[in-house]
Each structure stands twice: as structure tokens, then as C-alpha cells.
Design a protein around this ligand. Structure first.
Ligand code: ADP
Ligand code: MG
Length: 392
């Protein structure tokens, strides 16, 4: 059931509080990737075009409930102003009298960005007093922060209970696209899972196992599964305490008739600083070396399977793609996913970075902006930020 969205709201002349996810990566006060700001522009533009006054709220980093200039949203206001080619007002508080008077002064078509919501101790505890202070700023609440939808905070859940509330266009799109993977996906449905740790992905693996036709595992997480299958993985990253979980995953896949593809060859090296790795069979991993990527034969097997898919979900790189010597597995799989005639979804912070680096982002059906939130959604869990909004 999709949620009521801003397309259903009459916003002309109204003050609209929009919770966005502008939690962008920053280095020394400079935004290094503004994807998340771009992702919220359709909602912001739509509201402004229809005559609303827009008040934006976001968190940034982890300032632990008190003001910290390091986590001020000032650089975001500047970037947003450039992107929209409009003035963006700011205020030095999150809610309360100053924020209220700044919000009251806004006219139709104007924008105000509140300070970092996590400067308030009541944000992460979903304090009713803070939620009420947010509600006093506006007539309508819009949640467009899909990346924060798995959190029960005052600016995501609390305030939604106090104002007429709607889903933003980004949140609505995320919900629709991810739902397409869970409800009646076109078959064959192939899921590609990788990344560092199998423990991070056990929930999503268990849920997807009931829906997919094939499961392709790479990255560090596959090492634990190889370990469970009795392979010697040298000094590779693995989670030996998760071997029982990995074993039960293998058993469940067999019971359900899900094709489980593990690496049959891998790229190994003594350390991450190696200039190049060597491709070896998974039966010949040297004791003193680590697996840092999938090998060419595995790439081919994975790509054959990807080529047959009608629905693809990908989360987690196939190797340490940050190092050029170990990026080929991830880049090759990205090219195969891009070439597939399938509905494709990519989720996860590092996976999205890998897709951007591979230059094939345009060929992907949906790139999810929510790392943790998209995984929780695909685990079949109800996200509190979405649940707090009325159905369409
Ligand atoms: P995502 O953010 O897309 O969910 P993860 O955070 O789970 O992905 O994993 C990404 C990280 O996994 C990357 O930093 C990558 O270097 C690391 N990784 C992938 N394969 C390996 C491997 N074989 N050994 C060690 N680290 C790996
Ligand atoms: Mg990550």
C-alpha cells in the first residue's frame, strides 16, 4: 500500500515542513558528494512551484544531541542555493522561538533550512516536546528522507503524528521501486550480494531467499560462506562465528531450489597495497594471502546468470573496489547489470559509489538513496518513517 504523497496535497500559500536526508559526506567543511541533495530537488521544486513556503529539516553526521559547528548545515544551504538558483534562508536553531519567527516570515516560494536536527537531544529519542516544536513551524509535514525512514525520530515520526502528513516524491519512488522487488517481481529474479560482512546482510539474505531464483555472492561476505563450505580462505576477511548462519543459508537455498552461486576463482594478494593480485581457484588460496576480488571465471558465471534475469537487485561490491587492483570484479558485474534487459535496483552506500565510479549509473532502473533503510525495507521490516504517514 503506497502512502499519500504531496501530489494529493493542496500546498498553495501553506508553510510546508519537509524532512529531507541531506546527510552528505563532507571533508573539512566541503561537500564531497551531493547526490542526496539532488535527490530531494524534485519535491522541493514541486512545492515551491505550487506556491508553498518550504522549511527544510535534515540531520548531518552524529553531533550527539548538542550544537557542534563541525556539523552545521551551513555548507548545505550554500550548495542547495546554487542548485536551485534561489536564496536559502538559514537559522541557527532547529526549532523553538527563533525557528518559528524565521518560518513565519517566509513567503510563498521561499525556503528556510533549519539547523541540524541532531543538535537537539530530543531528536533521536523522539521527544514529544521537540515534535510539537517542529509542528508549530508549519501547516503540513512532508517526509522525503527515505535514508532516515528506518529511524523513529522526532523529525521523522513524532511530527508526522501532529500535522497533516504526506510522502515526498523521493520517498514515494523508493517505496514503489523497492516494493517491486518484493511483490511479484518478474522472473528470473537475480540478487547479487557482496560487501564486507555477511552479518550485515543476513536479514536481507533470508528475506530475499524466499523470492529470488538465483543468489550471487561475492565480496568479503562470500569468504564466510566459502569457509562454511570447507574451503581454506588463507588470511581473508571472514566472520568465523557466522559460519553456522552461512551453512544454514546454503541449506535453505538448496531446499528452496534457489541457485546459489559462489566464487569459483578469486583474486588474492598478500595485502591491500599489492600492485596486482593473482587469480586462483578457491581450492588454491595460499595460506598467507587474502581474497580481495572475484576472479575472471566467476565474473563470467555471474554475468551469464545476470544476462538471463528480468529483475536484478544488487547490494555490496564484489571486492575491495576502492583499490584499482581489486576493482575489476565489481566493475565487470556493474557492466553486466547495466547491459541486462531487466528491472534493476542498486542499494547500499558503497555499492552506489561503485556504480557511480563505473560510469553506468544511467543504465540502472533505480539507485536507492537509503543504505540501511533500503536493506531494512528488503528484510520485510516496516520502516517507522513510512508507517507514520497515512495511506494513499
Ligand atoms: P554497501 O555499503 O554497499 O552496503 P558494504 O558496506 O557491506 O557495502 O561493503 C563495502 C566494503 O566491502 C567496501 O569498502 C569493500 O572494500 C569491502 N570489501 C569487499 N570485498 C572485500 C574483501 N574480499 N575483503 C575485504 N573487504 C572487502
Ligand atoms: Mg557500506
Amino acid at each position: 500500500m503506497l502512502k499519500r504523497s504531496i501530489s494529493d496535497a493542496d500546498v498553495a500559500g501553506k508553510r510546508v515542513l519537509v524532512r529531507v536526508d541531506f546527510n552528505v559526506p563532507m571533508q573539512n567543511g566541503v561537500i564531497t558528494d551531493d547526490t542526496r541533495i539532488h535527490a530531494a530537488l524534485p519535491t522541493i521544486r514541486d512545492l515551491l512551484d505550487r506556491g508553498a513556503a518550504v522549511i527544510l529539516a535534515t540531520h548531518l553526521g552524529r553531533p550527539k544531541g548538542k550544537p557542534d559547528p563541525k556539523y552545521s548545515v551551513a555548507p548545505i544551504a550554500a550548495r542547495l542555493s546554487e542548485l536551485l538558483d534561489r536564496r536559502v534562508e538559514t537559522v541557527s536553531s532547529v526549532a523553538g522561538p527563533d525557528a518559528e519567527s524565521a518560518a513565519k516570515q517566509l513567503e510563498s516560494g521561499q525556503i528556510l533550512l533549519l539547523e541540524n536536527t541532531r543538535f537537539e537531544p530530543g531528536e533521536e529519542t523522539n521527544d514529544p516536546a521537540l515534535a510539537a516544536a517542529f509542528a508549530r513551524l508549519a501547516d503540513i509535514f512532508v517526509n522525503d528522507a527515505f535514508g532516515a525512514a528506518h529511524r523513529t525520530h522526532a523529525s521523522t515520526v513524532g511530527v508526522a503524528g501532529l500535522l497533516p502528513s504526506y510522502a515526498g516524491l523521493l520517498l514515494q519512488r523508493e517505496e514503489a521501486m523497492l516494493s517491486r522487488l518484493l511483490d511479484n517481481p518478474e522472473r528470473p529474479f537475480v540478487a547479487i550480494l557482496g560487501g564486507a560482512k555477511v552479518s550485515d546482510k543476513l536479514g536481507v539474505l533470508a528475506h530475499l531467499l524466499r523470492r529470488v531464483d538465483a543468489l550471487l555472492l561475492g565480496g568479503g561476505m562470500a569468504n564466510t560462506v566459502l569457509l562454511a563450505r570447507g574451503h581454506d580462505i588463507g588470511s581473508s576477511l571472514a566472520e568465523p562465528d557466522r559460519v553456522p548462519d552461512a551453512r544454514s543459508l546454503v541449506d535453505k537455498a538448496r531446499e528452496r531450489g534457489v541457485e546459489l552461486l559462489l566464487p569459483t576463482d578469486v583474486v588474492v594478494a598478500r595485502g591491500l597495497d599489492a600492485e596486482a593480485g593473482a587469480a586462483v581457484s578457491v581450492d588454491e588460496i595460499p595460506r598467507d594471502q587474502s581474497v580481495f576480488d572475484i576472479g575472471p571465471e566467476t565474473i563470467k558465471r555471474f554475468c551469464d546468470q545476470i544476462g538471463k534475469a528480468k529483475t536484478i537487485f544488487w547490494n555490496g561490491p564484489m571486492g575491495v573496489f576502492e583499490q584499482p587492483a581489486f576493482a575489476e570484479g565489481t566493475m565487470a558485474v556493474a557492466r553486466c547489470v547495466a547491459a541486462a534487459r531487466a528491472f534493476t535496483v542498486v542499494g547500499g552506500g558503497d555499492s552506489v559509489a561503485a556504480i557511480e565510479a563505473s560510469g553506468i549509473a544511467d543504465a540502472i532502473g533505480h539507485i536507492s538513496t537509503g543504505g540501511g533503510a533500503s536493506l531494512e525495507f528488503l528484510e520485510g521490516r516496516t520502516l517507522p518513517g513510512i508507517a507514520a504517514l497515512p495511506d494513499a
